[in-house]
Design a protein around this ligand. Structure first.
Ligand code: DGJ
Length: 740
């Protein structure tokens, strides 16, 4: 055994220095320790004796006077794992024998690939620090940006990599941040899926080695979502320690979760290093996305409640109409034409649907695919963003005027980054698509991806969207994106720069969204990618809502919505009521069940309402009105997943409580009553125990003898019982509780 155990760098004798009390971000010059406090969390890191920036602590908030000695590098483990590799660095360069996931890997012009980053300096910023690291010999500088939200304790971390030398440097791997937890027993939670099957929550023990969550697709992807949560030991839905994070990037991304050689957990995330290569010429910089991270002592439920609030208050754009308010405006209840008419849109047909929609109490009418170019099906038209004259002989104005006259605003479907080869745009600019010259161009859904990284393509896309908004009274774009990349070439640039496409494409996407919002401050935008293929904290900075899945089966949606809610607020989770039997699973469900399933998020109707009976229309109208009354509580309140629909549960239930605890809404669903089992008593959560709450059914009945009003303590300790009639297959009930 080649054990050497060198402890030379242990610096126990440094003085402990007391931190000042109130500040959120503090640095102690004696111990070289940085401390960030927010909500119930503290995050501590420091400069160790070698000069590396090392993570020291992340967890529950520490006492105001608690302090730390200078960070101590981890020991060498035998001769095989160096102290450099074992030490949880905040942002480790690949060099000096690093075997764990590096944060940054570069190749210098002379072929040298060794990078060892040491602390150089720092400045204080709003609620945080900018900490500058530098390679021990060469002028590669990295500025690590830290800020902590004083309310939730959620950290926002990113890095700026700068080449201050004269020769080019190629960045082959660049993380936004690395997070670390000490040796322990942990469970990893992550979300995976596929088209029409997004948002599956996976839970597995973290073992030695790495679990890689990623997209190599050029966009976020349906298959994995850039979010993680790590539970300690026995933590569950409402108890125990959870560390969580989400990456704000809508291009190819990677999050690597490792258990290292000393049983510690590490999470490193940022640009996906696969096929990555970003050349930095003298003086150039590369800015990474932001990796957000938080801590909850109240299980996965506590973690998602923190994240939801953070998204509502710090991520989502606020429209002009809501400027100055604490949270973005709740989503209008929409009607969307896709499942009713697909590509067969026409002025008369859409007007007829609009009349039916208005009668239901819908706020926004959205015309989906089919209105432009020579679009009769998915073989043609993408790229040609002029109104189809056969379908709309007088342009969009008559339809928009009609929608307005009916008291709704108007939304329109677009898919700006795509082109069908059968289009005027492709015939004029075949070079505008992502491609490698002389190689086939792989079509999916008969379409190709425009290279949005190009300035001319960006200008074209921004131009036609701006024109649409300028010439028409459009309140909302549903921005779709229906395939992933193939042949990601950018032959306009020299070979050494072509891989910049992975960064510049997404940056231009964000730039266009930002520009449109600036020029048209009232426009609202949905991020859709054949359902939930582009949902992340990057796109949510520029969009108001997302389309979580093309799967609108109300039973499947329950578990999809459950999965979605671990990472994203129900405010952005659009949920349409569509026709039955459902096109995907051929499952037949009642309208009441479909409505309540969708009312868990931001409600919409996507059925062919022209075929609805008067009774169906009356039920939908009543439930839309009931939803309008409680919507802010459902989508902006604190969410408790009382019974998860995962793991083939026969029952499921959620509860949301308004921030001021004056209202709560409960949803309950039965997949199938088996052997006569009654629906379990729901012990409610989050209410004010001393306040009196009146119970009102929205749909369904409470058990006979349930009080009309009782204290929060009663509802939380005794709980809510359901009527014995609440049995059968695909049943749903909903209640509201209002503080008296
Ligand atoms: C995929 C979207 O997810 C659907 O809702 C619909 O807009 C179609 N595209 C239209 O092509």
């Amino acid at each position: 055994m080649l054990k050497t155990f060198s402890f030379a760098l242990v610096l126990m004798s440094l003085p402990l220095v007391v931190f000042a009390q109130a500040a959120t971000a503090r640095f102690d010059a004696g111990s070289k320790v940085f401390r960030l406090d927010g909500g119930n969390a503290s995050y501590v890191f420091g400069v160790n004796a070698r000069g590396e920036l090392q993570q020291v602590y992340w967890g529950g908030r520490l006492g105001a006077t608690d302090s730390f000695p200078q960070a101590m590098p981890m020991r060498e483990w035998a001769s095989f794992d160096s102290s450099y590799s074992n030490t949880p660095q905040e942002y480790a360069g690949w060099g000096a024998g690093l075997f764990n996931e590096p944060a940054l890997k570069v190749t210098f012009a002379d072929g040298n690939r060794d990078l060892v980053l040491h602390y150089e300096s720092h400045t204080e910023t709003a609620n945080g620090f900018d900490v500058v690291l530098k390679d021990i010999a060469r002028p590669v500088f990295v500025t690590l940006h830290y800020s902590i939200d004083p309310e939730s304790g959620i950290l926002a971390r990113s890095a700026t990599i700068e080449n201050r030398g004269t020769d080019a440097v190629t960045v082959e791997q660049a993380a936004a941040a690395a997070w670390a937890l000490p040796a322990g027993h942990y469970t990893l939670n992550y979300l995976t899926g596929r088209w029409a099957g997004e948002w599956t929550l996976n839970q597995e023990t973290i073992h030695a080695g790495a679990r890689v969550l990623e997209s190599r697709r050029g966009s976020t992807g349906h298959q994995a979502n850039p979010w993680f949560a790590i539970q300690a030991g026995e933590a569950d839905e409402e108890h125990g320690e959870v560390w969580f994070g989400a990456l704000g990037w809508s291009g190819s991304w990677r999050i690597t979760v490792e258990q290292d050689q000393l049983d510690a957990a590490r999470v490193t995330g940022g640009f996906n290093p696969f096929d990555f290569g970003y050349g930095l010429k003298a003086g150039e910089k590369l800015q990474t996305p932001v990796f957000y991270g938080g801590y909850s002592a109240h299980g996965l439920g506590g973690a998602s409640r923190l994240l939801h609030r953070y998204e509502l208050e710090h991520i989502l754009p606020r429209t002009q109409a809501t400027a100055g308010q604490a949270a973005p405006k709740v989503r209008p209840v929409i009607y969307n034409s896709w499942e009713a008419t697909e590509f067969r849109v026409s002025e008369a047909g859409q007007m007829a649907l609009a009349e039916k929609a208005a009668a239901l109490g819908i706020d926004r009418f959205v015309m989906d695919d089919g209105w432009f170019g020579q679009r009769k099906d998915d073989h043609a038209g993408l790229g040609d963003w002029y109104v189809n004259q056969e379908k709309f002989p007088h342009g969009l104005k008559p339809l928009i005027d009609k929608v307005h006259a009916l008291g709704m605003d108007f939304g329109l479907w677009v898919e700006p980054e795509m082109v069908n080869p059968n289009s005027d745009l492709y015939r004029a600019h075949p070079d505008w698509v992502l491609h490698f010259p002389g190689r086939p161009e792989s079509e999916q859904r008969n379409q190709l991806v425009l290279n949005l990284a190009r300035a001319d393509v960006r200008d074209y896309v921004l131009g036609f969207l701006d024109k649409l908004l300028t010439e028409n009274d459009i309140a909302f774009f549903k921005w779709d994106y229906n395939r992933n990349w193939a042949e990601p070439g950018w032959d306009q640039l020299p070979a050494s720069e072509q891989k910049r496409v992975y960064v510049e494409f997404t940056r231009n996407l964000y730039g266009i969204l930002a520009e449109l919002r600036k020029k048209h401050p009232n426009v609202e935008i949905e991020s859709c990618s054949g359902g939930g293929g582009r949902v992340d904290l990057g796109i949510l900075r520029y969009t108001d809502e997302v389309w979580p899945s093309d799967n609108t089966d109300p039973f499947d949606r329950l578990s999809q919505q459950d999965g979605f809610s671990y990472a994203y607020t129900p405010q952005v989770m659009m949920a349409w009521v569509t026709d039955t039997p459902h096109w995907l699973n051929k499952r037949t469900t009642s309208l009441s069940y479909r409505m309540l399933s969708s009312m868990q998020g931001s409600l919409g109707i996507g059925a062919n309402i022209a075929n609805w009976t008067p009774d169906e229309a009356a039920l939908a109208k009543r439930l839309i009105a009931a939803y309008h009354q409680v919507q802010p509580t459902i989508v902006e309140g604190d969410l408790y997943r009382l019974i998860s629909p995962r793991n083939e549960s026969a029952f499921s239930a959620t509860q949301t409580v308004s921030r001021d605890k004056t209202q709560s809404v409960v949803f309950a669903f039965i997949h199938s009553t088996q052997k006569g089992h009654v629906f379990p008593t729901l012990k409610l959560k989050g209410l004010d125990p001393a306040a009196e709450y009146a119970l009102t059914p929205i749909e369904g009945k409470a058990r006979e003898g349930t009080p009309a009003a009782a204290s929060g303590a009663w509802w939380m300790n005794h709980g809510l019982d359901f009527s014995e009639d609440f049995r059968g297959d695909f049943q749903a009930a909903a209640f509201r509780l209002d503080k008296k």
